[in-house]
Design a protein around this ligand. Structure first.
Ligand SMILES: NC(=O)c1ccc[n+]([C@@H]2O[C@H](COP(=O)([O-])OP(=O)(O)OC[C@H]3O[C@@H](n4cnc5c(N)ncnc54)[C@H](OP(=O)(O)O)[C@@H]3O)[C@@H](O)[C@H]2O)c1
Length: 208
């Protein structure tokens, strides 16, 4: 499949490498690829999104809506848009706060801005290395999936399985509003990072 990855940070690069390793064709967009300015980046992102059959948003939360809007609605219409971004606001230093309130999420804002895209939130609750190598941690641990479109969620589950996620460890939370909880986990993730001392950890759901 042709997959466009928007964002060349650690997440975009890690996902891009894994996607290639499992047989996909990947294009990536960056402000620095050909143009120095963010607006030029967004135009570039639009070109990339147009090429992809599936699009992954791995841009910073503060840039996500701007970059996707500039990509043009036609370039996202009908496509599965995997959103791994987190709405982190670093304007008051570390740890960051969330830029969204508790009755919405960045994923919902993306879906509302692009109603014809099939937005699926996933992988945002763990660090980039864990996203593509779930075997980094011992035992079972979980990845969450949120989205309104069931076939889109199924495509994403299949992609996650190709990354090495056992089917039983992929938990569907529900429609796109369920991304709120996944995004609101970030303040806890950041504190856990301080306690664990490294980013290779994840949530494991233990059922009684
Ligand atoms: N780091 C992790 O392990 C992790 C884990 C889970 C979720 N996430 C989420 O995944 C996303 C990517 O994270 P990251 O750590 O890889 O990198 P990041 O530093 O959060 O974001 C980098 C990407 O955002 C773009 N960007 C930043 N500001 C921009 C602006 N004003 N206009 C246009 N583009 C802009 C950058 O463009 P350039 O390429 O031009 O620099 C780059 O492509 C974030 O939303 C993050 O919260 C990260």
């Amino acid at each position: 499949m042709k997959i466009a990855v928007l964002g060349t940070g650690i997440v975009g690069r890690t996902l891009g490498s894994k996607l290639i390793a499992v047989g996909h064709s990947v294009t990536m967009g960056s402000r620095n690829a050909a143009h120095p300015e963010a607006n030029a980046w967004a135009a570039e992102a639009g070109e990339r999104a147009a090429v992809g059959e599936m699009v992954i948003n791995a841009t910073s939360g503060g840039a996500t809506l701007e970059v996707l809007s500039a990509s043009g609605p036609g370039n996202l219409a009908g496509k599965v848009l995997i959103d791994v971004s987190n709405p982190l606001d670093f304007s008051r230093g570390f740890p960051p706060s969330l830029s969204t309130s508790s009755d919405t999420s960045l994923a919902e804002q993306v879906q509302a801005a692009h109603p014809e895209a099939r937005v699926v939130k996933t992988l945002n609750t763990m660090s980039a290395p864990v996203m593509v190598e779930p075997g980094l941690g011992p035992g079972h641990h979980n990845v969450f999936v949120s989205g309104n479109d069931e076939p889109a969620r199924a495509e994403v589950r299949s992609l996650l399985e190709s990354f090495g996620w056992p089917a039983e460890d992929i938990l569907e939370l529900g429609d796109i509003t369920s991304a709120r909880g996944a995004e609101m986990y970030l303040p806890l993730w950041l504190r856990l990072f301080g306690v664990v001392g490294k980013p290779q950890f994840n949530i494991s759901i233990v059922r009684g």
